[in-house]
Design a protein. Structure first.
Length: 423
């Protein structure tokens, strides 16, 4: 059984409901949809992939086959296994093909109106028992669920890219998601080889909400005096495989820009608080990362190298903001990035978006590559001691601004004489 779920041992009825899922639909057959389809097929579930155009559907199926053929060539899977997985995946261009689905995972564009239209149609064509889920990374589950007549059977199923590789699956409960729906999805997570963690419905949920705090500190550090390689190397020395700026170049700076725009639209960004101007300016240049050959770094012949133009833009931005650049130590970089994580984790724990420190640590270990030997940011906070965490946050607030205003839960625990999040 995967770490992160224990439904099978505790609730046989819920496990049976998860085991009874034999037919699934995946709506949207881009890169993420293809990965999700593979995950389901590998667990023995028949999958119907839906795309609006036959050409896009054919392209997705062709890409899927090529990826599996490459695995066979590399000796990573047998041809029989490849044929078995492909045999469980078929395509269609109409939602009516999901008339017998037990589960649907929507992986379409991150656009609320598109998702509402999809769920309204799914509600009409899918059987009454079917669970309808969305792979959104941030949109409001309750708004999506309201487009159906079965909000109790609607939830988030937030896979991490690439879905066929990453272990984490955030199960997002809406206001009306039934306990049975959430528990069934957690049990299903185990069945498909994922670490399922139930989280609340807030912008960015738990993992990305914390990640935004981490990356913003990286941007602020650039504006204050650091360079991309300084920030990333400090976090790699801590134990991450890659720093967040290099990761952003891989996923695309335009993706991060879209998130910031969505945050603004959702009222998640205080207009009076400091803003990472440099991140927007990178996108204004069209430097989106690996896909454009340059971002925080240059990409030549498959290698990542420092980008002198990005460094010059960083220096120019500091000057425009009236910031006198200074030398920033690796220790300061790590403190600001890690304590931003801890503080936001405590905020989410305190407002019920996360159920436990263990859940938060699993999210960070399996979704974001937090060093395994360090367990997770909340475990790290307990080891440091909350009294010291509070002191550190108050100190960082003096230079780092409102992002380090200590979470109420930390203040409450310390005031009660508690030095950890539990006990």
């Amino acid at each position: 059984m995967s770490e992160g779920t224990s439904i099978k041992a505790e609730n046989p009825e819920v496990q049976k409901a998860a085991d009874d899922i034999t037919r699934a639909g995946v709506v949207g057959f881009g890169t993420m949809g293809q990965g999700i389809a593979l995950v389901l097929a590998r667990a023995g579930i028949d999958v119907t992939a839906i795309e609006v155009e036959q050409t896009r559907l054919d392209a997705g199926l062709d890409n899927l086959r090529k990826g599996l053929e490459d695995r066979v060539k590399r000796g990573r899977m047998s041809e029989d296994d490849m044929n078995a997985e492909l045999g469980r995946i078929k395509g269609a261009t109409t939602m009516s093909a999901l008339a017998d689905a037990d589960l649907v995972i929507e992986a379409a564009l991150e656009d609320m109106e598109i998702k509402k239209a999809i769920f309204s149609e799914l509600d009409k064509v899918c059987p009454a028992h079917a669970i309808l889920t969305t792979n959104t990374s941030s949109l409001d589950i309750d708004v999506i669920a309201a487009a159906t007549g079965r909000p109790d059977k609607v939830a988030g199923a937030h896979f991490f890219a690439p879905a066929q590789v990453m272990k984490l699956l955030e199960i997002v409960r809406g206001e009306k998601s039934s306990p049975e729906t959430i528990q069934t999805l957690l049990a299903l997570s185990d069945r498909i080889g994922k670490v399922g963690v139930a989280v609340g419905n807030a912008f960015g949920f738990v993992g990305n909400r914390m990640y935004h705090r981490y990356t913003w500190q990286a941007y602020f550090l650039l504006q204050e005096g650091a360079y991309p390689q300084d920030v990333d190397q400090a976090m790699q020395d801590f134990g991450f495989a890659l720093g967040c700026l290099a990761v952003g170049d891989i996923s695309g700076q335009d993706v991060a820009l879209a998130v910031r725009k969505a945050q603004k639209a959702a009222g998640e960004i205080d207009p009076d608080a400091p803003y990472p101007v440099i991140a927007d300016r990178m996108c204004d240049k069209g430097w989106y990362g690996r896909k454009t050959g340059r971002g925080w770094y240059l990409y030549e012949d498959g290698e990542r190298k420092p980008n002198p133009d990005a460094n010059a833009l960083i220096e120019e931005t500091s000057k425009d903001l009236g910031i006198e650049r200074r030398a920033i130590s690796a220790d300061e970089i790590r403190d600001r990035c890690l304590f931003a994580l801890i503080n936001e984790g405590a905020r989410l724990l305190g407002n019920g978006m996360a159920d436990s420190t263990d859940d938060i640590d699993k999210i960070w270990r399996f979704g974001y590559g937090f060093p395994k030997d360090k367990i997770g940011p909340m475990h790290m906070a307990d080891e440091i001691g909350l009294k010291r965490v509070l002191e550190k946050l108050e100190s960082l607030r003096e230079t780092g601004g409102p992002w380090f205003d200590p979470a109420p839960l930390i203040r409450e625990r310390v005031a009660a004489g508690k030095n950890t999040f539990s006990g």
